[in-house]
Design a protein around this ligand. Structure first.
Ligand SMILES: [Zn+2]
Ligand SMILES: [Zn+2]
Length: 190
């Protein structure tokens, strides 16, 4: 979905998005094990900008919803509340850059090109809100999701989920500081 900037009024336009495909299609494409728990809803306010040597568009937006990712420590579902406010300026590529980009695209047509947020096509500046919403969504995801801040993770010995109680390995390991003392004691001379 491309919006021609020339179709936008100078004072800007408010756009709302709730089509799950905006997020589910790239999630599937990139194989990200993320499930949507509360449907994502986004609002964008797009203002075209001309002059000062840079043409582009100012975008202010919100993205809300709830998703789940596997916990970084125990692999159980981690619920992630998406509640993001963002502001960005997307400059349009200048004409010769755009030509070069399209040449490169032809050269490397086998590769899947990154989804562009803005482009110049046939001399018309265009904006792709879905690409921006995907970018903002991926920025809102934590690098290391946790099911809870104090997740105890899995036992490295038996793989037991330590949030569901201790396994028998836990007591054997003991306190690492005491273990160090035990090693130290026999060699101590008085
Ligand atoms: Zn966890
Ligand atoms: Zn264990």
């Amino acid at each position: 979905m491309w919006l021609a900037m020339s179709d936008l009024p100078a004072e800007g336009r408010r756009l709302t998005f709730d089509d799950p495909a905006i997020w589910t299609v790239p999630l599937q494409e990139f194989g990200i094990p993320c499930r949507i728990l509360v449907p994502l809803e986004a609002e964008l306010f797009v203002v075209p900008h001309h002059g000062d040597g840079v043409d582009g568009c100012f975008i202010r937006g919100t993205l809300r919803g709830e998703v789940s990712l596997p916990c970084n420590r125990c692999a159980e579902d981690a619920r992630i509340v998406i509640n993001s406010d963002f502001e960005t300026f997307e400059p349009f590529p200048v004409e010769h850059d755009a030509e070069r980009a399209s040449q490169q695209e032809r050269l490397s047509s086998d590769d899947v090109p990154d989804e562009e947020v803005v482009r110049i096509k046939d001399g018309v500046a265009q904006f792709n809100p879905q690409a921006l919403l995907w970018e903002e969504f991926s920025l809102a995801l934590p690098v290391k999701p946790l099911c809870r801040p104090d997740c105890k993770g899995l036992c490295p010995v038996c793989g037991h989920n330590r949030n569901k109680g201790d396994c028998s390995c836990a007591t054997e390991e003991g306190d690492p500081r005491l273990a160090a003392l035990k090693l130290f004691t026999p060699t101590r001379k008085q």
